[in-house]
Design a protein around this ligand. Sequence first.
Ligand code: 3H9
Length: 692
Amino acid sequence: MSELIQISKNGDIGIITVNNPPVNALSPGVPDGIAAGLAVHIADPDVKAIVLIGGGRTFIAGADIKEFGKVVSGQSKGHSLLPLMLAMEDSPKPVIVALHGTALGGGLEVAMGGHYRVAVPSAQVGQPEIKIGLIPGAAGTQRLPRLAGVELAAQMCAFGESITAAKAHEAGIVDAIIDGDLLACAVAFARAQTARPKPREREIQSFDPGIFEKLRAQARKSHRNQTAPLAAIDAVEAATVLPFAEGCLRERELFNECLYGPQSKALIHSFFGEREVAKVPGTGKNLPVREIKRAAVVGAGTMGGGITMNFVNAGIPVRLRETTQEALDRGMAIIRKNYANSVAKGRFSQEVMEQRLALITPQLTWDGFDEADIITEAVFEGMALKKDIFAEIDRIAKPGCILASNTSTLSIDEIASATGRPQDVIGTHYFSPANVMRLLEIVRGAATGIDVIATCMALAKTLKKVGVLVGNCRGFVGNRMIHCYGREAQFLVEEGAAPEQVDAALYEWGMAMGPLAMGDLAGLDVGWRIRKEFKHLEVPGVRIPHISDELCERGRYGQKTGAGYYKYDENRKPSPDPAVMEIILEVAARAGLDRREIFKQEILDRTLLSLANEGANILEEGIALRPVDIDIIYLTGYGFPAYRGGPMFYADSLGLNTVLKRVEEFGWEPAPLLIKLAGEGRTFAQWANEVK
Ligand code: 3H9
């Protein structure tokens, strides 16, 4: 038997244990090992029933996702799990599958091959394949409707959300919930089944309950432009019209379409990318991190309020300081309103809301800041103001306290220079709305201690954020790149496109919203303020966009003033505003531009490729650790569609030669790394593997 699988016996019950840490994925050797274990127990006359269980923290969490890339590139033939499942179901002895942790994807499919399933209350089951751009590929779409009913099965396969053991029990996926030792109880359960006829789900036929069109409409909305959810619905629908074996063939066809399509590659890149960004050279299990038990936040504006909510949501009490009672009351009222909205939507109870609010101490003083383990500054983007605050908190904070700035653009080193402890100063750049967006850019200053970095990476996890380490430069990674993207969007408008045309092109391509609408949402005045701060850095003769600043000069800051690139009604619904077109024409005339017709492809290339070109500079300067870090920043903080993998993955998928050609056509300065890689016919991903 391979070391991935152990077999043993408990009296007349044969046991097969899967041991492929950390998540017991169905890597090569695991399915064959289970099949071999099954054959041994079937051949053993003393064995009356068989239990399949996962060793360690979980049952099988699915196929080994790393293998899919090898199959697509032809390095591996891959192999079907169907023979294993048929062998389980055709076993003359009952097969009982014992579930704990997460039985996901291929894991749930293997479990459904057994005759019975038992689970501990904390177990979760699901078919999450659509999250990596696939559909269940080992009869999940055919067995689940037969076990759980068509509607629940279609929902689980189309949207990928797991369900609890209790719900699985209610739906008939799980036959018994085990309170007590899982293996001992599964063995007892198995013993009780030895004399009973074994159910064979595959012989049941499902029927269409008339839900598929509704589900398709829902999937088109919730998973805009994505192919896998619709393929999953097609496959479940096949289970209602075809016999089991033919349904499995249809499922395989649809699975392969997804596997060889571009979206699964991008989503798998995103799955591993989210985990890779957590790996920071020099940090690791052996490096002790500082304990964060109390936090303090300076500034109760939009960002400070959102940051406060993050801490208290994780059970960390916060001292929240403002300079005026009015600002403090306004900040607390917004926090209260956000929580009340969550209660109204049923996300948590009023009691939880009150508990969270009770963890916030709103105040006008520095009281208690000397007890905080981390102080986060979240005031306006002004260097002088930030330096004053850091000098003050340097005087108050206890030794070892982390001094964090939420600055989105300013130099962490300059901010740190206002303190006597630059090793404790770091940037923690949250994204608006800070209580919702998953990204946390962690900005390393020249002197920032490695344990401070490790602590903030761990803190990101505690706050349920994706922490990405970046270097210190103007705008860091995300905003430095978005500056290029926004600049091109404005240039396109100055040269002839309407704002709604630019936004529609990028929205249809998959961005959560267009760049100009995004500016309106974030507040155009934020960038305006920053540009004023950096006015001295403008290079004479280099073209800069003017529309956003012109809008701000006229009090059009975006949604918050009811007008920006669009005008907004009382429900914040945007509509094009002729007044904006007048401003655009005025700016264009002043710049001497001959407005022309602009097509969609130009909009897409100029905005999206500007991200990749600047990303290449960022990589070469070492501001981002790897191309995937840039991708994850864009997927989790900027509404870039995960099924396109992120700006660097997207550029790789177009081919860097093509990207370079376009960059040159647009008259931009190409990043040296882009020139080099395009010349060598390589990708950012290949470069990253070599410099590792
Ligand atoms: C499928 O099953 C298709 C089928 O229909 C069959 C078709 C033929 N493969 O997330 P974590 C790694 S598709 C390979 O940090 P957690 C992960 O990269 C699959 N590796 O832990 C990480 O590695 P590292 C359907 C995997 O406790 C380590 O394990 N299944 C896989 O926060 C720990 O992971 C899914 O989509 C995998 N399947 O969460 C489930 N899973 O330490 C995907 C994990 O080097 N997995 N790794 O960074 C998950 O959702 C979460 O990992 C899970 C645990 C909830 C299981």
